[in-house]
Design a protein around this ligand. Structure first.
Ligand code: NAD
Length: 389
């Protein structure tokens, strides 16, 4: 007692009028953290906590004012320079959830202003841009990070705990299935922004999802050593937010094989053109010599070798096996929590007390590199190895 204190860190948040910036980062992370009293630091820091002071930045003064008024936020501006200037004494954070193509330029300004930087993935529009940003952040001597939210999902955390506990024996393969139907936008509005479907605006499912697969595979099973992918545009015409038709120039589905260090083979389907017949929008099945598991966003189930049923191929009789019922829930230690918020808390501890944070811009750049190599593999019709960096 007596040593408790509250530190305030200013966070310049760019892109908060967007889907991710508003819902996941502003409301469910930064404001939710403050509502719950801040991020507690480790005991070594005298029981102190960190509260976050958001400064909203964007292109529309009216939209920013509306958000600020709704949430009682004091600072907003359409000038990034002005917002960064308020971080005068260093120690503040710049957060970027703008569309991908706008990210690098803004982050470079933040680095020049001495801010720690945290951002949505992908951390660059090209792997060269993402790698350069990582090096520049190192040179600036600030803390840096990229959103890797899937690692913080309850289902994936339970899966990681099975991997760490040696449940699988030797892991043989991983199969990932991600996707759902995104409406074209004509008779029913699309659930995703139209820039996602325009290559010239940084869209495409490969650039969007391969960075996620990179850190999930790397974090649980091993680094990606080679990629073979086929990226396609199944639906070439869509309708935008204003109801106007446009040419979908970016890939909307990708079928990929990732070869991992240690010999695990991972196949991941990513598609905005499939209808869902599975437990969750994203599922990974992991098969190992001693057991298997299937993890989604929320849940994870497992089946051990000792209790694996013996399936027999016989289409001449009705199927009596209820395969999904033959699995046991895999436990999650701790509260599920919001994945984005958990990573925000980790980044805040990284900034405030140097706690470990492996999700840095170099990790982010590896994800963009794999996306780029996936597109190259698809274009050339061949397997591409990931060069060591
Ligand atoms: N971690 C995840 O699971 C996840 C999921 C979806 C998107 N994302 C990433 O988050 C970022 C934002 O995606 P979103 O789905 O929230 O997009 P969105 O279109 O809803 O929001 C984009 C934001 O960028 C701003 N912006 C700045 N310059 C712009 C321009 N020239 N044109 C259009 N908008 C501009 C917009 O005002 C808005 O605030 C992207 O980089 C995307 O890859 C991450």
């Amino acid at each position: 007692m007596g040593t408790e204190s509250t530190q305030v860190i200013r966070v310049v948040m760019n892109g908060v009028t967007g889907r991710m910036g508003y819902n996941q980062h502003l409301v469910r992370s930064v404001l939710a953290i403050n509502d719950d009293g801040g991020v507690p630091l480790s005991g070594g820091s005298g029981g102190s906590t960190v509260k976050l002071e958001p400064v909203l930045v964007g292109r529309s003064d009216a939209k920013l004012r509306d958000i600020a008024e709704r949430h009682g936020i004091m600072d907003w501006t359409t000038s990034l320079d002005e917002a960064l200037a308020t971080l005068k004494d260093g120690g503040g954070i710049y957060f970027d959830a703008q569309i991908t193509s706008q990210r690098a330029e803004a982050v470079k300004k933040a680095l020049a202003a001495g801010a720690h930087v945290y951002m949505e993935k992908p951390s660059g529009a090209t792997s060269a841009e993402a790698a350069e940003l990582a090096d520049e952040a190192d040179r600036a001597g600030v803390r840096h990070g990229v959103v890797q939210d899937k690692l913080f999902l309850p289902g994936i955390r339970a899966l990681k705990s099975l991997v760490d506990g040696g449940f699988f024996g030797r892991i043989l393969s991983v199969r990932g299935e991600f996707g759902y139907w995104v409406f074209e936008g004509d008779w029913r509005t699309a659930q995703r922004p139209s820039w996602n479907y325009r290559k010239e605006d940084g869209g495409g499912i490969v650039l969007d999802m391969f960075p996620h697969w990179t850190y999930v595979l790397e974090g649980l099973f091993g680094a990606i050593e080679a990629v073979t992918a086929r990226a396609v545009t199944h639906i070439p015409r869509r309708w935008d937010e204003g109801g106007a038709p446009y040419d979908a120039t970016a890939d909307d589905a990708a079928y990929a094989i990732f070869e991992l260090a240690g010999g695990v083979v991972a196949q991941v389907n990513s598609s905005w053109c499939v209808r869902v017949h599975r437990g969750e929008l994203l599922e990974f099945q992991v098969d190992g010599t001693e057991g298997s598991a299937v993890a989604g966003l929320r849940d994870c189930v497992a089946q051990h070798r000792g209790v694996s049923p013996r399936p027999v191929w016989n289409p001449d009789i009705p199927n009596v096996s209820r395969f999904p019922d033959q699995w046991q829930p895999a436990p999650l230690d701790g509260e599920p929590g919001n994945a984005f918020r958990l990573q925000w808390e980790m980044f805040v501890r990284h900034v405030a007390e140097g706690a470990p944070f492996p999700h840095d811009l170099h990790a982010g750049a590896r994800g963009v590199q794999v996306a780029e190599l996936g597109l190259r593999s698809s274009g050339e019709g061949q397997r591409v190895e990931v060069p060591a960096r």
